[in-house]
Ligand binder design. Structure first.
Ligand code: B1M
Length: 233
């Protein structure tokens, strides 16, 4: 910064700090995002509020300018990297809620798609809610999901897709599960920005989850139903 005064993040009031973090995320400034995250934590903010109000909202703004051709892939990669810096600080805090064990989830982004921030966030929130989470990463062909189901025996299979070109692959995974006669052994939840409820139904998922919080609530509902079914069997 040359002719402007340097901004001291710790001197900003909360609302201005959050806006500054949106700017810093936009500019891909990882260290600043980490610092801002730590400052808000020190001020008593809940990890979930920092996640949604500072980080996810910042990424929403990045997404708009990416869509409009104002930001390009290299810049958005830096923003994603900065966001991951903040998420790494929040992750253990979200996970240590002491919530009772709920069940197990395998989650991954589908073939052809390398977006992982939303998936990671869902994984973090699920851990915080008491689920064991096995994250199989990005760009997963159906074989990876099948292997993970066999190896980890999850209650829930989660799929993420951020591209209109990759979201149909969810149906490939679900149809393969049907072919193999294992579809009903798992609850299948799907999510990602371009999806909606109708799409979730059309591909044969158990539910579409708008965001990470909805994913947690939906997963808990399905686990409760599963336990009730077992109890009444
Ligand atoms: Co990409 N990208 N991108 N991108 N990118 C989008 C998705 C896009 C909408 C941007 C835009 O044009 N506005 C657009 C897709 C358009 C379309 O398909 N119609 C797009 C494009 C076009 C592309 C490329 C093709 C660009 C190019 O190369 N020309 C390319 C594709 C690469 C590939 O995958 N093959 C590409 C690349 C990239 C980067 C690598 C630069 C980077 C990804 C970095 C990373 O993830 N490590 C990137 C990013 C960051 C974005 C945007 C800006 C932000 C995505 C994000 O992280 N959001 C995105 C714009 C947008 O989404 N508005 C965009 C924050 C995150 C918290 O939200 O992922 O929606 P989200 O997750 C939410 C919910 O959706 C839900 O919960 C999460 C938390 O609340 N959820 C689930 C998600 N997954 C779930 C799974 C569940 C449940 C809920 O399972 C149970």
């Amino acid at each position: 910064m040359s002719d402007e005064e340097e901004i001291i993040l710790s001197e900003l009031p909360d609302d201005e700090l959050v806006l500054q973090m949106h700017d810093d995320l936009y500019d891909g400034l990882k260290e600043e995002i980490e610092e801002g995250t730590n400052i808000l934590l020190e001020r008593g903010w809940q990890p979930y509020d920092i996640l949604t109000k500072a980080l996810v909202e910042g990424m929403r703004i990045v997404g708009e300018d990416f869509r409009d051709g104002i930001l390009f892939v290299p810049e958005v990669l830096l923003s994603a990297n900065a966001m991951k810096g903040g998420m790494a600080i929040l992750r253990p805090l979200l996970a240590e809620t002491g919530a009772p064990k709920q069940g197990k989830m395998v989650i991954g982004t589908v073939k052809g798609d390398i977006h992982d921030i939303g998936k990671n966030l869902v994984g973090m929130m699920m851990e915080g809610a008491g689920f064991d989470v096995v994250d199989i990463g990005i760009n997963n062909p159906v074989e990876n999901y099948l292997e993970a189901m066999e190896e980890h025996e999850p209650d829930i299979v989660g799929m993420s897709a951020l591209l209109t070109t990759t979201m149909p692959y969810m149906k490939v995974v679900i149809d393969t599960m049907i072919e193999k006669g294992i579809r009903d052994d798992y609850t299948v939840l799907v999510g990602g920005a371009p999806l909606n409820e109708e799409f979730g139904e059309a591909v044969g998922a158990d539910a579409y989850c708008r965001d990470a919080a909805v994913a947690v609530e939906t997963a808990k509902d399905f686990m409760a139903r599963k336990h009730n079914q077992r109890a009444s069997a």
